[in-house]
Ligand binder design. Structure first.
Ligand SMILES: C[S@@+](CC[C@H](N)C(=O)[O-])C[C@H]1O[C@@H](n2cnc3c(N)ncnc32)[C@H](O)[C@@H]1O
Length: 345
């Protein structure tokens, strides 16, 4: 699995918090539609340290308790074994004092595996996590991110892998959901104009191109080998709305056959909070440090895993310098796809 967040995740990712807040209306809609039961299981897939979702789960638990005061609630936080799962357990535990005193659990497994028993989940949620691919679809020799590359062959392979992975994720979730259960996914995506995280259509620099330029420059300087250059790939994919909906429109797909249905979808844009603050205070050093850290939080593993920590640190020193040299040309804007789903009989 080519992903590991750096520590202190939620302190470094103000944008991800805003993305979760932008989905809270649909999360509440989902729990409002749950039928009365003696207990409900809620799960947050790819929760990182859980800090960005504390407010969301407050709201969701309060609403479900208000709707169904006699129901026992269990909240499960899921992420990889390599995640800071102690921090996740601590953030989940912040929910315990509120009525109805929910049970909280950590599932330290991949969301490419089953997480809980079939037919147990009432509400599944995931934010900004399911864009990571389960395996490499083969080489990407000319860039560090396929969507910013001009490699048509690699694009085809990455797209096929992303659709295979997404269909499998939905198949697993469709088994875990109860009939009547809801699934809300909030995923980094690509809009109709080809915009995605770090590429806002030319308003500011493409962040993936910048990372690639730095990485290519380190190869040209002989700091990394050509092989390390080629292996430095951010192994994720930002799907289009049509790609997200495809397994739910295909009546022969495994998730569809398991009863998973599309309820609603939308694309939501979240502007870079670091850039917004710089517009107000003009503090370039803080902007460069903050924006660099948030980009590092999701991309570092792609470079450190092939070239080691010291060379990865150089990538981010150079990135911070580039931001500081031309702050008005930087922003990390999010394009997120929200998809609300239900399991029917
Ligand atoms: C950008 S963070 C998002 C965290 C949180 N959901 C949020 O929105 O702030 C992405 C998280 O997905 C997790 N992740 C990536 N692949 C995963 C997998 N296969 N199974 C579980 N978690 C995964 C990473 O470890 C990371 O913590």
């Amino acid at each position: 699995m080519a992903i590991a967040m750096t520590t202190g995740y939620s302190a470094q990712t103000e944008g991800a918090l805003l993305c979760i807040e932008a989905a809270s209306d649909w999360a509440l809609t989902c729990v409002d539609q749950l039928t009365a039961q003696t207990s409900h299981v809620l799960i947050d897939y790819g929760a990182a340290d859980g800090g960005t979702a504390v407010g969301l789960w407050h709201q969701v638990l309060d609403r479900l308790h208000a709707n169904q005061p006699d129901a026992h609630l269990t909240l499960i936080g899921n992420d990889l074994p390599s995640n800071d799962n102690v921090a996740l357990a601590e953030n989940l535990a912040l929910q315990i004092p509120r009525e109805p005193k929910p049970t909280v659990l950590v599932s330290a497994r991949s969301f490419y595996e089953p997480s809980v028993a079939p037919n147990t989940v009432s509400f599944g949620f995931s934010a900004t996590a399911m864009h990571w691919l389960s395996e490499s679809p083969g080489p990407l020799d000319t860039h560090t991110h396929v969507l910013a590359s001009a490699d048509a062959d690699a694009l085809q392979r990455f797209t096929a892998q992303a659709l295979k992975d997404w269909t499998y994720i939905l198949e697993l979730r469709s088994k875990e959901l109860q009939v009547g259960g809801r699934l809300l996914t909030v995923n980094l995506s690509r809009d109709g104009e080809g915009r995605y995280l770090g590429h806002n259509g030319g308003e500011t620099r493409n962040v993936h191109d910048q990372l690639h330029q730095i990485w290519r420059g380190m190869a040209d300087e002989g700091l990394i080998s050509e092989e390390q250059y080629r292996k430095g790939t951010v192994l994720n994919f930002y799907k289009s709305p049509e790609e997200f909906m495809a397994p739910l429109k295909d009546t022969a797909s495994a998730p569809y056959r398991n009863g998973l249905r599309l309820v609603d979808e939308r694309t939501v844009y979240v502007k870079c909070p670091y850039r917004r603050r710089w517009n107000e205070d003009g503090d370039t050093a803080s902007f460069a440090a903050g924006l660099m850290a948030t980009i590092r939080s999701w991309s570092r593993h792609s470079f450190a895993s092939v070239a080691g920590d010291a060379l990865a640190d150089q990538v981010y020193a150079r990135l911070e310098q580039r931001i500081a040299d031309a702050p008005s040309e930087w922003s990390l804007d999010y394009v997120e796809h929200h998809q609300m789903m239900e399991k029917v009989a």
